[in-house]
Design a protein around this ligand. Structure first.
Ligand SMILES: NC(=O)C1=CN([C@@H]2O[C@H](COP(=O)(O)OP(=O)(O)OC[C@H]3O[C@@H](n4cnc5c(N)ncnc54)[C@H](OP(=O)(O)O)[C@@H]3O)[C@@H](O)[C@H]2O)[C@@H](O)CC1
Ligand SMILES: [K+]
Length: 474
């Protein structure tokens, strides 16, 4: 499991550690780690550190201090290092002295050419959009230079991933002590490049985890596996209420996802039974006992009664997607005993929250948390980085397996069937949602292999995704 911590808990852990260490020790560790990554990148790009041109963008706080001490290390190895302060009157004094002593220089403007630019403008102390002096430096980053962000790209909010105005786009982000949510959540996540975590001895407590990303072994532990005594009912029957005359394909794809999600059986309810059976003769048709409901893909408007009927089944987990999310009543969802999992994309989330879609896109983490709070339900927010918030608050999961090839018609229908099958297998909403997103992303990668993919191929690649995950759990 990869975990991320809020700025507040990183600061608390930092204070505790600092109290036990000599002054400057933590910054020295951070700078050493940063310099090592920079040296590695220079060696990879130009064969050696000696003679390379390094530019440090230096902010007024400790983030700038890290950059200066790392710059001093690179200067000692023969790099030509120029520090450009955001505010010459506010520069980390120890860092500046170290750089000068190592032969680095201070410039008033960003040189036109550089092999490597170190973004030490703002770290976890950054607030709001970049001020003009910082934005002006970011604008002048020379094209073609490798950009290394210190702790996080300046302009990205560490706690939320929000980007208000200009921000650095890094090739590599060297982060200290712990991941921050902003590195894992879009729009920030698309600015970080490759993330390298430097261990500086920080140990934030486990209860303070703000975000987590599952890995193969975590998913392997979550997936239900049939035992010798399993029959189809014990493995779970998924009821799929989906499709319409206009969108019969959504029903077929949701059923495909449910069948490949380990369900003992799938029961289909709706007007697309002919299309479903033509593709999957193993499907049961019509209402009956189920261990979970998947309601919504391709349902079309005006089917509120069917949504209400599934929700009224208070002891059966329900997944609501697409049209199943229209006009959703918070009190009804909150009143349920069994799990409810909502799987909106940004537009549907915006409609539920009564805000503009752009607002959800700009603050995805806040939006998914707010939806989970309002509905008392687990919420999977689809998109460039899929997020899953648990019903009762707590760490939000971010899916690490996504691929942009999955942005294709019907892909969400497969995901809803798959997550519904995991609910039927007994997984709580957040686990069902995050394990489904993980397998779905993996299947998308396998099916695409670097080429366009269609939703039914994603469903067909799900067994390969299961095998790949289960192999890691053995
Ligand atoms: N945690 C750890 O364990 C360790 C942390 N370490 C490092 O310390 C970093 C945190 O340092 P930090 O606290 O000094 O804050 P930092 O990010 O440099 O920025 C604050 C300064 O920026 C300014 N400013 C704020 N917003 C702004 C804006 N929008 N646009 C422009 N300016 C803005 C703000 O100005 P003010 O508001 O005071 O006027 C203030 O002067 C951390 O990220 C990591 O790199 C490591 O060394 C060791 C281990
Ligand atoms: K930075």
């Amino acid at each position: 499991m990869r975990t991320a911590y809020s700025v507040e808990s990183v600061r608390a852990a930092e204070r505790e550690l600092m109290a036990r260490l000599p002054e400057g020790a933590l910054m020295a560790r951070a700078a050493a780690g940063l310099a090592a990554v920079c040296a590695e990148l220079l060696a990879r790009g130009r064969g050696r550190v000696y003679g390379s041109r390094v530019v440090l963008l230096v902010g007024p706080g400790d983030n700038g201090g890290d950059a200066l001490y790392a710059g001093a290390r690179l200067a000692r190895r023969g790099a030509g290092v120029t520090a450009v302060p955001m505010d010459p009157a506010r520069v980390h004094p120890g860092g500046l002295a170290a750089l000068r002593a190592a032969g680095g220089r201070v410039g008033a403007s960003v040189p036109e050419r550089a092999d490597l630019v170190v973004d030490g403008l703002l770290g976890i102390g950054g607030r709001g959009g970049l001020r003009p002096a910082a934005a002006a430096l970011v604008e002048r980053i020379p094209a073609g230079a490798t950009v290394v962000a210190v702790d996080l790209p300046s302009g990205v909010d560490a706690d939320t991933g929000e980007v208000a105005g200009p921000a650095v786009t890094a090739d590599v982000t060297v982060t200290f002590g712990a991941y921050k949510p902003g590195l894992l959540t879009d729009p920030g996540a698309s600015r970080v490049g490759a993330v390298r975590l430097v261990d500086i001895g920080l140990e934030p407590p486990e209860h303070a985890v703000a975000m987590e990303a599952l890995q193969h072994a975590d998913v392997a532990r979550l997936l239900p596996v049939p035992s010798a005594s399993s029959d189809k009912y014990r493995r779970g029957v998924v009821g799929v209420v989906a499709g319409s005359e206009q969108y019969p394909g959504a029903a077929v794809l949701a059923v495909a996802g449910a069948l490949r999600g380990g369900a003992g059986a799938v029961r289909y309810v709706g007007p697309a039974a002919e299309a479903v059976l033509a593709r999957f003769p193993e499907v049961l048709v019509g209402r009956g006992r189920v261990q979970s409901w998947v309601v919504g893909p391709g349902l079309g408007a005006g089917r509120a009664e069917e949504v209400g009927r599934a929700l009224a089944d208070a002891d059966v987990p329900v997944l609501l997607d697409a049209d199943g999310l229209r006009g959703l009543d918070g009190a009804v969802v909150r009143g349920r005993r069994a799990a409810t999992l909502l799987t909106p994309h940004a537009g549907e989330a915006a409609a539920l929250l009564g805000v503009a879609r752009e607002e959800v896109e700009a603050g995805r983490l806040g939006a998914v948390r707010e939806l989970a709070r309002r509905y008392g339900a687990a919420v999977l927010l689809k998109g460039s980085t899929t997020l899953v918030a648990p019903a009762g608050g707590g760490a939000v999961r971010v899916n690490p397996t996504g691929t942009s090839w999955l942005a294709t018609a019907g892909s969400g229908d497969v995901l809803s069937g798959l997550a519904g099958a995991l609910l039927a297998g007994g997984l709580p909403g957040v686990d069902a949602g995050s394990a489904a997103a993980y397998l779905h992303g993996l299947a998308g990668r396998f099916a695409a292999g670097g080429a366009p993919v269609v939703a039914q191929e994603v469903a067909a690649a799900l067994p390969e995704a299961w095998r790949s995950v289960r192999a890691a759990g053995q």
